[in-house]
Write a protein that binds this ligand. Structure first.
Ligand SMILES: [Zn+2]
Length: 376
């Protein structure tokens, strides 16, 4: 008998919307106004800082929303919580910028959002401006929008985000109290590390290859990109090419997410606890290497999926602070310095010979187990 507690998690559910033409136009309008507000608020912050050396807070900017609505009545048609969320997003962008600055990185300053960069708005409190009713999504001032229920919704909806993708509109419902479905315990643990040649490798030598279709889809993407940039701005042909590019982007994004989901599930079925390194910090210690930083970008997305799935499956993901995981010998602990081009770990002290990433994955496991006080 396993100890199945009545555990719940948070989970997001995405559904395609089927708005009527007039509704689609209204959604487009809301998105446009949100983006304008974002850019205006960003400008306001920059100006306030330049002129008076003060940093406006999210709260100060939100307090001005009633004045904005009075001056620009078109904003009166947008739910106030949606507008508040726009300002909160800007604030998060600022905070992320300063956080990265603090740890010695060189982040880009929060930037103005173009038409193709800003594609969603959020009702931050379910039931306040957005709610479900009889299979429809009811949005304030827009009305009842039809939803394609591709999978059952579970838990209690907390926020509703409306997102515009290359092939139409989507609703993302973030739910709390989603019942967890614990997997049966296996009694096994492992460390995982990002591979340079493979997507990841576990401490027991299981390598997950980078999927091949990425390469193919990325080539197609590059082609679509080139075609779009060659065509004359504002022309019909360019509009078509840009649309194609959007679809190609979406395809790559979906394939990647699908691969991440499958890989996460495969690992969670086999291991009760998975240890991994905080690569954002590791990046600063490690040699900077282009291929590596590219794979790290995908790694962050994978980690998010792995952690969410683990919470749902009653598994544990432990993030370990990086410390010479690729340099130290997982057998005896001797430090064997090596550059990124050296693929094998060869210990001069105990004679251990191992793939360098597998050696790192083992070190990550030992470090994580020490952190938790577990004896392997
Ligand atoms: Zn050794």
């Amino acid at each position: 008998m396993d100890d199945r507690e009545a555990q719940t998690t948070r989970k997001s559910y995405t559904y395609k919307l089927k708005p009527a033409p007039e509704q689609a136009r209204q959604l487009e309008e809301v998105l446009w106004r949100c983006r304008t507000l974002y850019n205006t608020a960003l400008e306001q912050r920059i100006t306030a800082y330049r002129r008076c050396g003060v940093t406006l807070t999210c709260y100060q900017q939100q307090a001005e929303l009633p004045d904005l609505k009075a001056a620009f009545p078109e904003y009166g048609d947008i739910h106030s919580q949606v507008l508040q969320d726009v300002l909160a997003r800007l604030d998060r962008a600022y905070q992320a910028f300063f956080r990265r600055l603090k740890v010695g990185q060189t982040p880009g300053f929060p930037r103005y959002q173009g038409r193709h960069r800003y594609h969603s708005f959020t009702y931050k409190q379910y039931g306040n401006g957005a709610r479900l009713d009889n299979g429809f999504l009811v949005l304030s001032k827009i009305g009842r929008v039809a939803v394609r229920w591709s999978r059952p919704l579970e838990g209690t909806p907390k926020t509703v985000t409306i997102s515009k993708e290359a092939d139409g509109w989507y609703a993302i419902l973030s739910c709390a109290e989603v019942p967890a479905r614990p997997l049966p315990p296996t009694g096994r643990e492992t460390g995982i590390d990002v591979g340079l040649k493979v997507f990841l490798i576990t401490a027991d030598g299981l390598a997950v290859e980078n999927p091949r279709h990425h390469r193919k889809a990325e080539k197609k993407l590059a082609k679509a990109n080139k075609r779009a940039s060659r065509r004359k701005k504002g022309s019909k042909r360019r509009g078509k090419a840009v649309h194609c590019l959007g679809r190609a982007h979406q395809k790559v994004k979906r394939q990647r997410a699908d691969f991440h989901h499958k890989t996460a599930l495969m690992l969670l079925r086999q291991y009760d606890t998975i240890y991994l390194e905080d690569v954002r910090v590791a990046n600063m210690i490690r040699n900077r290497h282009l291929a590596k930083s590219i794979s790290d970008a995908g790694w962050a997305a994978f980690r998010t999926i792995l952690e969410a799935k683990a919470a749902c499956a009653g598994r544990r993901v432990v993030v370990v602070p990086p410390a010479y995981t690729s340099q130290d010998c997982s057998g005896c602990g001797a430090r064997i310095p090596k550059s990124l081009s050296v693929r094998a770990h060869v210990c001069t002290s105990c004679g251990l010979v191992l793939d360098r990433d597998e050696n790192a994955a083992r070190n990550i496991q030992w470090a994580g187990q020490a952190l938790r006080g577990v004896v392997a």
